[in-house]
Design a protein around this ligand. Structure first.
Ligand code: RTP
Ligand code: MG
Length: 141
């Protein structure tokens, strides 16, 4: 079944010039971009996007990190691409992420309060629908 997923290259990825590398891996896998925009998040947008994490110890540092620079937001399309992009991204903890994955190859633990792990990908069809509405209301539906 063809799916859409929300992918973000987080501020660490944009700062490090890895936006193209992330897109290259997505396209090399055979997924396509349905939308792509460089933008700086707002607190309101992030409160909606990360609602499930509110109250967790890493929540405030996560929001500050996500506000620290522009993110490359995109809607990625393809067969089973929600699970597929999560596999490309690798484990949340970049030290534990397998080599061959975006996080495993390109991210590391900096000993900060929040994992700076380069990318976000929706974790379920429900999350994807919700997150695409938040970031790209004009093409949601
Ligand atoms: P994402 O939502 O960004 O795709 O990542 P994920 O599903 O693998 O991780 P999730 O549990 O949803 O956490 C969201 C983001 O919060 C930061 N985080 N830092 N203890 C920590 O240092 C910690 N735990 C979570 C990461 O940036 C993670 O991607
Ligand atoms: Mg998540």
């Amino acid at each position: 079944m063809t799916q859409r997923t929300l992918v973000l290259v987080k501020p660490d990825g944009v700062r490090r010039g890895l936006t193209g590398e992330v897109i290259r891996r997505i396209e090399a896998k055979g997924y396509t971009l349905a939308a792509l925009e460089l933008r700086t998040a707002t607190r309101e947008l992030l409160a909606a996007h990360y609602a499930e994490h509110e109250g967790k110890p890493f929540y405030e540092p996560l929001v500050e990190f996500m506000l620290s620079g522009p993110v490359a937001a995109m809607v990625v399309e393809g067969e089973r691409c929600i699970e597929g992009f999560r596999a490309l991204a690798g484990a949340t903890d970049p030290t534990a992420a397998a080599p061959g994955t975006i996080r495993g190859d390109l991210a590391r633990d900096w000993g900060l309060k929040v994992q700076q792990n380069l990318v976000h990908g929706s974790d379920s069809p429900e999350s994807a629908e919700r997150e695409i509405k938040i970031w790209f209301s004009e093409i949601a539906g």
